[in-house]
Structure formats: structure tokens, C-alpha cells
Design a binder for this molecule. Sequence first.
Ligand code: FE
Length: 277
Amino acid sequence: MSSVRPVIKLVKGVPTSDGDGVRLTRVLGTQEAQMFDPFLMLDCFDTAQASDYVGGFPDHPHRGFETVTYMLEGRMKHADNTGREGIIGTGGVQWMRAGRGIIHSEMPLQTDGRMRGFQLWVNLPAELKMSAPGYQEFEADSIPVETREGGVTVKAIAGTTSEGSVGPVGGGAVDALYFDITLPAGARFEEPVGDERAAMLAVYEGSVRVAHDQVDALTGVFLGSGGRVVVEAKTDARLLLIAGKPINEPVFWHGPFVMNTREEIVQAVNDFNAGRF
Ligand code: FE
């Protein structure tokens, strides 16, 4: 029996805003927690106040990594400079490889009601940073929901669970797992995650115990090596389990560009300014 993964760091989410004034809580990609290889950033947005989100994320570039948008409530429309557009609906996911570069907008398709979801940034290894952009998009009904003992449910968005549910998103270069887990108070969730992957949790509702720590909502949990991820719910709780193989390369990160060297960042800025995206 493998050991339980310990907590190596708890990261309290930081309220901030991005895009055109969209209010969100950043649990990864903050001063305190700059990245957790291969993951760069995780934003949680959750508000019923339209003024907190209607501005959306107008045209902006990305190069060198992937963005994963998962909507719990509300709908987001995206459109990019290649003419591609689509809608991420409630419960749906978009896994976008920016690769060598895209310019896109991400705008709420609603002017009232609650908008709730997440955006994760996943780094790409050097050999894929300048690859062609691409999308994987799935609606809620193609994401399997697994029911476990104690009323625990696991939505498999990317990767395969230990009980065999297969997420529709291919985990890409880092062989990612992305599971959305709901636990009733008192329930326990346990999942083997092999040591080849770095694993983190993002608790977004309620309060749980992970190893020796109590973890409240809007907190990131970086897990150490071990094998099994174990979470016990103190109250009804919801969290994401995100895992992937570390890339172990130098990271030069400048706004929406994440490359390996300073020269590549300068190139990205020049390419963007010259309209080469
Ligand atoms: Fe974006």
C-alpha cells in the first residue's frame, strides 16, 4: 500500500482582477506561489454580480503554454484571430494549446446570474512551445461523473481515475489529471496518483482535512510525493485534484508569454507587436 501524500504548502487564494475588471481569486501564480511545475496559474471566479464579470477578457495573446477553462455555472464565448469561435457552456471545458501563439477573447455570454468556474495554465515543454495552436472542447454531458462510497462524486475532465472513468480531454504533454470532486460532510476521498506526477488540490467550497492540515475554501494545496491523495470532508466540500508530470525546464514568464529563455520572451513580444501571431 502506497503512502499518503503529505501537504508541502498551503496557498491562500488572493483576490485580484484580470481582463477587463473580472474579479477572481488566484490560488496559483501569486507572489507566494509562483508556480507548481507543470502548472503556472489557477484562477477561480465565482460571482453573481454582473459588474464583476461583464467586462470579460477582451483580445489578448498567449504563447508557450495551455489554458484550461472549466465552467461550473454560466457560459463563456471565445473567439480567436484564426476565426475560430465557440461557447464553453455550464459544466463544459476548453483545453486550449496556445503553442506558438494566438490572440483571443473570452467573454461571458450573460449579463446577469452567477458565473463560476476556473482557468488553469499548464506549461508546455520547450519542444512544444512553438507548436500549432489547438483546442479540445467538451460539453458537460461528455464528462463522466463517477459515484463513490459515501456519496462522493468525481467528474473526470482529463485523465483516467483509479476506478476507470476516462476524462474526454487528453492530458497532453504533461499527461494531466483534472478531476472535480464533491464530498458530503464526513466523506473520504482517496485516489492513487503515481509519483511521476506532481499533484495539487484546490478546495473551492467547504472545509476538508488533508494529511494533518485543515483546508478551507479558496486554498491551494501542494502535495508532496507519496502515492495516494487522501481528503476527508469536515463539511460538504468541493475541490479540484490537478496533477501532471513536471517539465523541469527554466521558465521565463512575462504576462501572457511563458518561454524558456529571456531571448524567447523578447521574440514573443516582438512577434506580437509585429502582428506575427
Ligand atoms: Fe486567454
